[in-house]
Design a binder for this molecule. Structure first.
Ligand SMILES: [Zn+2]
Length: 381
């Protein structure tokens, strides 16, 4: 397949390069060669007319579940990835340490076109299932499930694809401390830790206030805009713990999921200045059809709440690249970079968008047209 192409006449939005305007994008040998007006294709180079469309760096979804067969939770990586214009997905801790070799088969599968990176759960055994089996059997809160040295070794062994840890902040003896979070802090160094807001069934987790206080600059809270999560006080204002954590550099991630994003919560938090650093879906088998659909659909929901389009695109390109410390490779169309490029259509009209609880009517929506993954065109399915 060709990895040379000229994308002609699109509206190129690259927040990292501070570009928003009509331009051509020239891709040679799978890499970005040049962005500019009226570029001339090389001899024989295919030209794709993208006029009237939006051209962005390859979209990055910071939170998905993409190791089919490991539990019953996962979607095929390309289903949530390149088929919806998303060139990089980051698995949100579907696998612990002892099954990571199986997870890795998906990451390394030459038939998978989507780039996959991973947050690894620091437990030996963790995998995501609908019935929360690791919580039901109380594996997720059993300190015998932790082996800090082998978790550390796994992070090193898989450092090419593991960009941090996803922690379920379960407690054991002390209801206000999570040895699993402590272990992750011990082994991750500069890499981020992602945690959930909200609780798990069957196993106790530390209170949100203690969780926020324990997180470090650069760590990520996903499901940040869910209901009843303990980040808003009775007066409707953010709690001091959230304010302090964000002031220290904690990142807020959307992590839409089935029941973990609410327009109502987002409106309140946005109004107080708590915008997401990153927009992600938490796509899995149980929320794909509704209410999540795709990353572009989730971006559309944030756009519909009044966040400018350029910022929405930053939240799914430059920002997640920086959060996972891959901004040297991902998240921009800078020349020389691997040509991961997303092409989106802006659909206009009265468009219903649902968070699973509330349906709003937006004036427009982003829909995927296709993407280049390392310079090769893949049409959206
Ligand atoms: Zn998840």
């Amino acid at each position: 397949m060709s990895n040379h192409v000229l994308l002609r006449g699109g509206r190129v939005i690259d927040p990292a390069l501070d570009i928003d305007g009509v331009a051509d994008v020239l891709v040679r040998d799978g890499r970005i060669a040049e962005i500019g007006p009226a570029l001339v294709p090389d001899d024989g180079m295919p030209v794709r007319d993208v006029s009237g469309l939006v051209v962005t760096p390859g979209l990055i979804d910071l939170h998905v579940h993409v190791y089919p067969g490991l539990g019953d939770f996962c979607l095929h990586p390309d289903r949530v990835g390149v088929q919806t214009g998303v060139t990089t997905v980051i698995d949100g801790g579907t696998s612990g340490v002892s099954t990571f070799g199986l997870a890795r088969r998906w990451i390394d599968d030459p038939d998978v076109q989507t780039r996959i990176l991973a947050f690894m759960d620091p437990n030996q055994i963790y995998f995501a299932t609908k019935d929360f089996i690791c919580h039901k059997l109380e594996i997720a809160n059993d300190p015998r499930n932790l082996d800090v040295e082998s978790a550390r070794a796994a992070l090193e062994e898989h450092a090419d694809v593991v960009i941090g840890c996803k922690v379920r902040a379960c407690s054991t003896d002390d209801p206000r401390r999570s040895p699993f979070l402590d272990a992750a802090k011990d082994i991750t160094g500069d890499m981020p830790i992602m945690v959930h807001l909200g609780r798990f069934p069957f196993t106790p987790t530390i209170p949100t206030s203690d969780l926020l206080a324990a997180l470090r600059p650069g760590d990520v809270v996903t499901h940040a805009y869910r209901g009843a999560s303990g980040v808003l006080g009775e007066d409707g204002k953010v709690t001091p713990e959230l304010r302090d954590a964000v002031d220290r550099g904690l990142r807020l991630d959307v992590g839409h999921s089935g029941t973990d994003f609410r327009f109502a919560t987002a409106r309140v938090l946005f109004e107080q200045g708590y915008l997401p650093t990153t927009i992600s879906t938490d796509l899995n088998v149980f929320n794909l059809d509704k209410p999540v659909v795709s990353l572009p659909e989730t971006m559309s929901k944030i756009w519909a709440l009044g966040v400018p389009l350029v910022d929405v695109i930053a939240m799914a390109t430059a920002n997640p690249a920086r959060v996972v410390r891959r901004d040297g490779e991902l998240g921009t169309l800078a020349s020389g970079r691997e040509a991961d490029v997303t092409v989106l259509r802006i659909e206009e009209g009265a468009i219903p968008l649902s968070d699973g609880f509330e349906t709003i009517v937006a004036e427009r929506r982003l829909a995927p047209v296709g993407c280049l993954r390392a310079g090769t065109w893949i049409a959206a399915a």
